[in-house]
Design a protein around this ligand. Structure first.
Ligand SMILES: [Zn+2]
Length: 265
């Protein structure tokens, strides 16, 4: 089991000043705290003003590649943008495909793409188009609502349609929102599991807090991962913790995140 801390670049994405933070700024902040393993947050494309949405995108990606080399970073996974509720999923295909190709170019071993709705066959068709348009492994994330794909058995079913290119990512907070037995879910995923979104909540709302701040049984999570011989990273997706914090408190946010990680084992 790789017990190294990793975080989505969105760990400091929100702040009470409502100032947007881009990935090329944030990866340097994380690296200054010794964090080497990062999940690139291409959900940034969902913000219309993002440089990823205009002709600056190519330079932005190049810069992320240069910083990776300069600081010896490891881009362990990436997160694709996803259709906002109430919009047509296919309207987002262009952005998602761009994110897949950027992630591949930057050396990410896989990228997380949310499923759409609840129907297995529809999801198989949905992922086919992304498989065709890119070379990267796609990790399917379990969602938090009953109207969405949320269980390991469903995700394993989708993966069967192309087990080489499709894998699974377990989001601990989402599984807890659905009151699932997370250890059992992990055992059901087995070898399909290539990544994690680690965060905690009270089981009622998707709070994206640090582990041990909510009611997830983390001992069970660690046991499950160790039983399946999980070799991926422990990637934090705890972006809401910093929402009420000021940018000047960012060092404290990072220290608290790392500290909570050490209490997990
Ligand atoms: Zn997630």
């Amino acid at each position: 089991m790789v017990d190294e801390f990793s975080t989505n670049t969105n760990l400091l994405a929100f702040n009470k000043e409502h100032i947007d933070r881009d990935m090329d700024e944030l990866v340097r902040v994380y690296a200054s705290h010794g964090i080497r393993n990062l999940d690139l947050n291409f959900c940034e494309m969902m913000r219309p003003s993002s440089r990823l949405n205009d002709k600056r995108a190519e330079d932005y990606i190049k810069t992320l590649g240069e910083i990776k080399e300069e600081l010896g970073l490891n881009y362990v996974q990436a997160h694709a943008p996803y259709p906002v509720r109430g919009t047509k999923p296919s309207d987002w295909d262009g952005k998602i495909i761009k994110a897949l190709n950027y992630a591949y170019e930057l050396g990410c071993p896989h990228i997380v793409v949310h499923p759409t709705g609840k129907d297995i066959e529809e999801n198989i068709r949905y992922y086919e188009r992304f498989i065709k348009e890119s070379d990267i492994i796609i990790a399917i994330e379990n969602m938090e609502s009953p109207e969405e794909i949320s269980e390991a058995e469903e995700i394993n079913e989708i993966i069967k349609s192309n087990p080489k290119r499709l894998k699974a990512l377990l989001d601990t907070g989402h599984a807890h929102m659905r009151a699932l037995d997370i250890k059992k879910e992990i055992l059901t995923y087995g070898e399909n599991l290539v990544g994690l979104h680690i965060h905690d909540n009270d089981g009622k709302s998707d709070q994206h807090l640090f582990p041990l701040m909510g009611t997830i049984n983390w001992k069970d999570v660690i046991e499950g991962l160790s039983e399946i011989g999980y070799k991926g990273y422990f990637t934090y997706e705890t972006m809401y913790y910093s929402r009420e914090k000021s940018i000047k408190d960012e060092d404290d946010v990072i220290d608290k995140a790392i500290d909570s990680f050490h209490h997990l084992f």
